[in-house]
Design a protein around this ligand. Sequence first.
Ligand code: GDP
Ligand code: MG
Length: 163
Amino acid sequence: ALPQVVIIGRPNVGKSTLFNRLVGKKVALVDDQPGVTRDRRFGDADLLGMKFQLVDTAGWEDEDPASLPGRMRAQTEVSLKGADVALFVIDSRADLTPLDREIARWLRGQDVPVVLAANKAEGSSGDAGIMEAYALGFGEPVALSAEHGEGLADLFTALRPLV
Ligand code: GDP
Ligand code: MG
C-alpha cells in the first residue's frame, strides 16, 4: 500500500486546494462515518514523482466551539488512523488563530510525524506568518502556495524522509 499523508487544518487555509494540486484528476470521493469525519477525500498524489495516498479532511468546517475539544479529539484520531504523516496546513497570510493552536496542541499528542505547511505564501507574501509558525513547535514550516504551485520542491524535501 502507498504511504498515507493526511491534510489537517482549520477551514479556509487551502487544504482542498493543496489536495487538488497534488492529486490532480485522480480523485476518489469516499463517504465516511457521518458525524465523525465528514467528507474525507482520498486520492493518489504525485509530488514531483513521489507517490502517496493523500487524505483531505473537512470535518472541522461547522464546528461548534462549545464541543470543540471532544470533537476535535475524535476527528484527529479517526483521520490520523493509519497515517504516516500529518500535513498540518496554516494560512501564512493570517495570524495564527485559537483553532490553529488547538489543532497544533492535539497533533503534538498524536503518535505521527507532523509536517507544517504555511500556505498562501506565493511571492513570499506570507513571511510574517511563517515566522510566527515556528512557535507551533513543528520545526521549520514549509512555505508554499497550493494555488500557484510554489514551494512544492520544499514540500517534497520535508515529506521524503517520512513516506
Ligand atoms: P480548505 O477549507 O482548507 O479546504 O481551503 P480551500 O482549499 O477551500 O481554500 C480556501 C480559500 O483559499 C479559497 O478561496 C482558495 O482559493 C484560497 N487558497 C487556497 N490556496 C491558496 C494559495 O496558495 N494562495 C492564495 N492566495 N489563496 C489560496
Ligand atoms: Mg476543504
